[in-house]
Write a protein that binds this ligand. Structure first.
Ligand SMILES: C[S@@+](CC[C@H](N)C(=O)[O-])C[C@H]1O[C@@H](n2cnc3c(N)ncnc32)[C@H](O)[C@@H]1O
Length: 204
């Protein structure tokens, strides 16, 4: 398994996450970000070049050294200062109230403990900070949900702990955030994999 995670999964993650259809979601997630940004589960750094000029520092956190190395390469030549930290979003190595914005793109589906991650995001965000997220999650139709529940145990083993059946909106709203914007809907692809939650939330 370690061989797969070290040598196969990083390249596969980069390839699947580079799909053109994800670009508009990424652009929406980062547009309006400013100041000091924390990106959890930064992966290969596919959002880095999209941040607006108002961002002056980007801190990326990810447990995969291989993906962080790719993100560090992607950060070369960018205007904001960047720092890549190996770690998990369940225990963020940052001070309380120290970031203006937290970005998570297709990360809430993959973390081990989403409630703990949201508690950490609340801790590190400044009081007027914004949590910007995009990811797939629970579909509205019971039939698709059944498939999501059925596929997830096998899928998460080959896709870096990616869960298809997480109710992203409920998780965010029940863990101390109020939704500022939320758009949902299917992207192109097999339904259990592509029901997207695209939103912004603030602290209560
Ligand atoms: C599907 S990839 C998305 C990568 C990137 N956010 C993007 O949009 O291309 C999920 C990412 O979450 C990271 N991840 C998994 N568990 C994590 C955790 N507990 N804390 C932070 N990141 C995690 C993975 O290493 C991977 O980079």
């Amino acid at each position: 398994m370690r061989f797969y995670e070290k040598h196969i999964l990083p390249g596969l993650t980069h390839l699947t996450m580079s799909q053109d259809q994800l670009l508009p979601y990424r652009q929406r997630a980062v547009s309006g970000a400013r100041g000091r940004v924390l990106e959890i589960g930064i992966g290969s750094g596919l959002n880095l070049a999209l941040y607006p000029d108002a961002v002056d520092q980007i801190v990326g956190v990810d447990p995969s050294p291989e993906l962080l190395q790719r993100a560090a390469q992607a950060s070369q030549g960018l205007t904001p200062t960047t720092e890549m930290i190996e770690g998990v979003a369940e225990a963020l190595p940052l001070e309380d109230r120290s970031v203006d914005c937290v970005v998570a793109t297709w990360t809430l589906c993959s973390v081990s403990e989403p409630e703990k991650v949201l508690t950490e995001i609340r801790r590190v965000l400044k009081p007027d900070g914004v949590f910007r997220f995009v990811g797939h999650g629970t579909a509205p139709e019971p039939g698709v949900r059944r498939w999501q529940r059925w596929l997830t145990p096998a899928w998460k083993r080959c896709a870096g702990n990616c869960h298809l059946d997480r109710p992203t909106d409920t998780l965010v709203e029940q863990n101390g955030f109020r939704m500022k914007r939320l758009d949902t809907g299917y992207a192109k692809g097999p339904k259990p994999f592509v029901f997207m939650y695209d939103g912004q939330a603030r602290l209560y």
